[in-house]
Design a protein. Sequence first.
Length: 394
Amino acid sequence: MSDPLPLLFQPLRLRGLELSNRVVISPMCQHAAERGHATPWHLVHLGKFALGGAGLILTESTAVDPRGRIGTADLGLWKDSQVAPLKAVVDFVHAQGGAIGVQLAHAGRKSGSEPLWEGGAALSAQTMAADEEPWERLGPSALAAGPGWSAPRALGLDEIEAVVQRFVDAARRADAAGFDVVELHFGHGYLVASFLSPNANRRDDAYGGSRDKRMALALEIARRVRAAWPEHKPLFCRLSAVDGTLDGWSLDDSVVLSRALGDCGVDVIDCSSGGLTEETRALPVPRGLGFQVPFSARIRREAGVLTQAVGMIVDARQAEAVLAAGDADLVALGREALFDPYWAHHAAAELGVDPAYRRWPVRHGVWLAKRAPGLARARAEAAAASNDKETSTP
């Protein structure tokens, strides 16, 4: 009897979608869009992960409203013309046998910042107002995200309804583009996360005050998107399991919210953390290997939903251990995938799943298989020569 397939490479069925493995590429902001439209950069950036064998690839944060962009060059699905360029990316991933999802987001009071390579600072309100498509910061209350950030304008009830509809409309466009998964971004201090936290939300209406009221926007978006998103397609949700502030949103809160999101039809909770504020007095989450896995484990165990672990998961055996311990159902890679786009194929080799390059794209695998015997011989000869030199040295 052959050895059982490692969990990392066992298929996972989510509604009508079967993922070929449990490796997910996490959303990574690229700031390479043109007026919200995908460019050749996105085709290459996301396409290489499909060639690299990941079971599911998630786009970067994709704005449902131009006012909800993180940066000026964010991807968007706030208008129909943005569908076709993303469909080209989706079609390429599907042609390689992969699955792809889009992360839908509204940056809220953290809208408007420079790319990281330009410093990452908050844009001034004047710069945002003078943009080709003028935009503004919006939030539950007029509380800034930290030093250097202008206070957002508090949303009125009619504007909250409009935000919900923006998510719904973007999900319909995502379906038109052929995406397999929608992930709702409710973390990192962006709009929905700011409604969840008592340190950002000081409202006294139906969307603020008690935890249940602060959860209302998240649950309304999840319910409405689930109703609009095809029944056979999975719905993910990214949470900051803890928001990183003193007396802010906690892991206990996330367990309650995750259970409620599951009741709304969310299939997977993507467990991240932090991001509510830029202030250094925030509670830090130590960034060791797998530092967010305990969040995923507890939510999975207590909320009764599937979870995705992310954060400093760097090699195949670590990823396999996370799954084997029952701490997550999927593992997501970000920076590690940038460092090695072929991480999934390399992991398959390391775990003994694919020693002969059969899982690689055929245009790559056939050449690598021809290279392997010669490379093995060359390494053996080099090792023998090194040993001979050592033994012959007086």
